[in-house]
Design a protein around this ligand. Structure first.
Ligand SMILES: NC(=O)c1ccc[n+]([C@@H]2O[C@H](COP(=O)([O-])OP(=O)(O)OC[C@H]3O[C@@H](n4cnc5c(N)ncnc54)[C@H](OP(=O)(O)O)[C@@H]3O)[C@@H](O)[C@H]2O)c1
Length: 321
């Protein structure tokens, strides 16, 4: 039986293993979607400055709390620092804006979204700023070391503004470096993980550092179909014959198979859906049990194809090499 949470290092906080992703939820739908997700049973929400909907996500949370569906302490709210705010001069203001937008007094987990310091963009000029400064056609790096950025995140923990801190899209080298100076170790690494891209070696090593893992894009290319060539051209995992055959065998959906695949590896999952039926089925994954044949079938899907790769967005940034 899988536990329904992961116990984080240092705080011992119980992070729900089944969460809800907030990327690509339109601002006009976000309040209601989050409120419905809480009603459906989700307790972890994964947001980001970059998703441009923190105000509306916060309203959905507030509505559920005000109606007595949940208390703040029942929820586990995750969000992320955007790349343009890495400088030690900008982390605190960026964080304060996110906390205010969310209408919360603290976050449960605050992640560095990418180990990519980009040139500062004033929120007065463009918020959320995205990857490019103004009309530029290439990204502009900033000479802002991650150790200074991380020290600012540690101060947020000291100030009790976020209970835990962590990282997303860091590779082994970036984590190895961070561990040489971190006063507070990352609690979580959030990375792309699905049967095409199981990243077993990174996962094993990260676990040995007592860092838990959240898997994003559990359905593989689905969210990238309208963004990148690889997202468009790759066979959807939700439509893959092998995934569908395992799903049929267990009388569940392909989506449930892919989420259970992650749970079996003790990854937290954060699927996003604006549809109530999918919201429910994406949560209903605790009792699925694969046998050796199923695991062999799913293991055979590995191609190491990554979909959230800056290179495929057209930036010359081989971040994961
Ligand atoms: N740290 C990072 O850099 C990073 C990067 C990417 C994502 N993330 C996080 O991870 C979350 C999830 O990843 P993702 O955005 O790639 O999305 P995902 O959850 O893998 O896929 C979402 C897509 O799948 C559809 N869908 C959801 N459940 C389904 C089901 N049961 N059957 C068929 N289709 C289904 C959704 O459509 P409908 O909404 O129409 O149902 C949506 O188009 C994000 O929301 C975000 O919080 C983090």
């Amino acid at each position: 039986m899988t536990a329904d949470y992961l116990t984080l290092n240092r705080t011992g906080d119980k992070m729900p293993i089944r969460g809800f992703g907030c990327w690509k939820i339109d601002t006009k739908d976000a309040e209601e979607t989050i409120y419905q997700a809480i009603k459906t049973g989700y307790r972890l929400f994964d947001g980001a400055c970059d998703y441009g909907n923190e105000v509306e996500v916060g309203r959905g949370i507030r509505k559920a709390i005000d109606e007595g569906l949940v208390k703040r302490e029942d929820l586990f709210i995750v969000t992320k620092l955007w790349n343009t705010f890495h400088s030690k001069n900008h982390v605190r203001a960026a964080f304060d804006r996110q906390l205010k937008d969310s209408g919360l007094e603290y976050f449960d987990l605050y992640l560095i979204h990418f180990p990519v310091p980009l040139h500062y963009v004033s929120p007065a000029d463009n918020y959320p700023p995205g990857w490019y400064v103004g009309d530029a056609k290439s990204i502009a790096f900033e000479r802002s070391p991650i150790h200074e950025c991380w020290a600012e995140l540690e101060k947020l923990v000291d100030a009790k503004l976020t209970r835990n801190i962590g990282i997303a899209n860091f590779n082994c080298q970036a984590i190895l470096d961070l561990l040489t100076y971190a006063r507070i170790k990352p609690a979580v690494l959030q990375i792309e993980l699905h049967p095409y891209l199981p990243q077993e070696r990174l996962v094993k090593w990260v676990r040995e550092q007592d860092i838990h893992i959240t898997a994003y894009s559990s359905f593989g290319p689905t969210s990238y179909v309208d963004l990148t060539d690889s997202g468009k051209s790759y066979t959807s995992l939700l439509e893959h014959a092998d995934v569908k055959s395992v799903a049929e065998k267990h009388s569940v959906s392909a989506g449930q198979v892919l989420l259970r695949w992650a749970l079996d590896r003790e990854f937290a999952v954060i699927p996003k859906s604006v549809h109530s039926g999918r919201m429910e089925s994406n949560l209903d994954i605790m009792n699925i049990k694969f046998d050796a044949e199923d695991n062999k079938t799913l293991d055979s899907l590995k191609t190491n194809q990554r979909f959230n790769d800056p290179m495929t967005y057209g930036f010359n940034l081989p971040l994961f090499d």
